[in-house]
Design a protein around this ligand. Structure first.
Ligand SMILES: [Zn+2]
Length: 252
């Protein structure tokens, strides 16, 4: 056991043991509905998968008020890229995504882009980004090919988190503790198109996340969940589940 380091010590599987969680300064996390959120790391705002204007539940969010230095897109589906072009134009943010998603953005005049793909790792101003596997599909809103869907592991100093993107539970998540000791994970929990909350509990165990922000639920009929049962499933696993309200900011 590492006694001096307050980061969690993690073992994959059902016997997960955690040391007290990190006392490092918190990171501001803002939820914008569906799978859209931003983090503030090293003074940079990173916005993920912007889908706001078509989301009735997020009608009080004005996309013109959203700040972003970077926009990360996990894959090309409309419920992850709907506002990417508008916000990239508004903010001048650098958009990071699969090359095929970048191709679609370029056709719409977005030039400040950075292509990455599975397995790639690169240092940016906001931290080191590693692109990891997601088991899903990816096509662009215009029907063009969207490349491989991705998840992201981001590390800045001692702080690390994993965003699953849209994915099924996959054994690949067991690789994540080899790359990062996570403070938290942002996981899809809505079922039907992605893993549901039961599989997300297992994903958190595999990835070594002591805390999970649930996303990609309740936006449309097929992904409405019983939040009480979701909380119970995470409680029973000893993993904290956070379900911030749309527009709410929390410290992580
Ligand atoms: Zn989706």
């Amino acid at each position: 056991m590492r006694l001096l380091n307050s980061k969690p010590t993690l073992f994959c599987g059902r016997d997960t043991v955690f040391l007290p969680t990190s006392k490092l300064a918190g990171m501001k996390f803002t939820f914008y509905g569906h799978a859209t959120f931003s983090t503030e790391l090293n003074g940079k705002t990173v916005l993920f998968d912007p889908f706001i204007t078509p989301n009735e539940a997020a009608k009080d969010i004005d996309i013109n008020s959203i700040k972003a230095d970077f926009i990360l897109l996990s894959h090309g589906h409309g419920d992850h890229v709907a506002d990417a072009v508008a916000i990239a134009k508004n903010t001048g943010a650098t958009v990071i995504a699969a090359p095929e998603v970048i191709g679609w953005l370029s056709k719409q005049g977005i030039e400040n882009v950075f292509p990455m793909n599975h397995g790639g790792k690169r240092a940016f101003d906001f931290g080191t980004l590693k692109c990891v596997n997601a088991v899903h599909s990816s096509g662009m809103p215009d029907g063009s090919y969207g490349g491989n869907p991705m998840g992201f592991v981001i590390t800045f100093g001692e702080k690390s988190f994993y965003y699953s993107g849209d994915t099924a539970l996959t054994m690949d998540m067991m690789l994540i503790p080899r790359w990062a000791s996570l403070d938290f994970a942002v996981l899809c929990i809505g079922d039907n198109y992605t893993m549901g909350y039961e599989d997300a509990v297992e994903a958190a165990r595999m990835a070594g996340a002591p805390k999970v922000v649930g996303v990609h639920y309740d936006t449309f009929g097929h992904i409405v969940i019983d939040k009480g049962l979701a909380r119970k499933a995470f409680d029973e696993a000893g993993i904290e589940l956070l379900l911030p309200a749309i527009g709410e900011s929390i410290e992580l």
